[in-house]
Design a protein around this ligand. Structure first.
Ligand SMILES: Cc1cc2nc3c(=O)[nH]c(=O)nc-3n(C[C@H](O)[C@H](O)[C@H](O)COP(=O)(O)O)c2cc1C
Length: 198
């Protein structure tokens, strides 16, 4: 079972979430690719934002997400920060690059789910995930939301995916509830993809 975790992150929260998902998926036997979506903003525009700069420097030489990572995978978990209640431009630009693969039907019949983060509680997290899932419907993807399929979902409280609140200074670390929800999503996606593969 192959899982691709494909995400955009400016200030690093998405990077942390992606790796948490990857570890949980590996723990249930999946082969995992973590791929960041390339930064399109000019680095000079975030030179005075230490977290953005640090995440950019830490990931810029790692392999970038391509459409082939989706073709390779049986299941894909996407991540984007919430930007005005929707996915970021960088994330959407990646989605827009997938037209050729979509036309060939190569994005269909795979298992998909998503995660996000925002500074404020709620803050557009659910609309970001719904926004992301709209594209996945166009792919013909099999969207596997977590719902309330585990008791722990009543603690993190997001049946649409997993979301982290980064706080007013954008520095809050993952809570144990969110970590548990990320692990639950990874496991559920891998196990559902296994069932579909028969
Ligand atoms: C242009 C822009 C728009 C944003 N819009 C929202 C928003 O609608 N709601 C919110 O709570 N936070 C918003 N934020 C804060 C980001 O969602 C937050 O910094 C994000 O969780 C960071 O994720 P990352 O570290 O993976 O980049 C916005 C940030 C930027 C730069």
């Amino acid at each position: 079972m192959k899982l691709a975790v494909i995400y955009y992150s400016a200030t690093g929260h998405g990077t942390t979430m992606a790796h948490r998902i990857a570890k949980a998926a590996e723990n249930v036997g999946a082969e995992v690719r973590v791929r960041h979506i390339a930064e399109t903003a000019d680095p000079s525009t975030f030179a005075d934002n230490p977290a953005w700069k640090a995440n950019y420097e830490a990931t810029k030489n790692l392999p970038e997400a391509t459409g082939d990572d989706i073709v390779w995978a049986d299941a894909i978990i996407f991540g984007s920060p919430t930007r005005f209640g929707a996915t970021s431009a960088q994330f959407q630009s990646f989605v827009d690059s997938l037209g050729g693969l979509w036309a060939e039907g190569k994005l269909a019949d795979k298992v998909y789910a998503g995660f996000t983060s925002s500074k404020s509680a709620h803050g557009g997290q659910e609309t970001t995930l719904i926004n992301l899932y709209t594209s996945l419907m166009h792919f013909g993807g099999v969207i596997v939301p977590p719902g309330y399929t585990s008791e722990l979902k009543f603690s993190d409280g997001n049946p649409y995916g997993v979301s982290h609140v980064t706080g007013p200074d954008n520095t809050d670390e993952l809570t144990s509830d969110t970590e548990a929800a990320l692990e639950h999503l990874a496991t559920r996606v891998v196990e559902t993809a296994r069932k579909l593969a028969g």
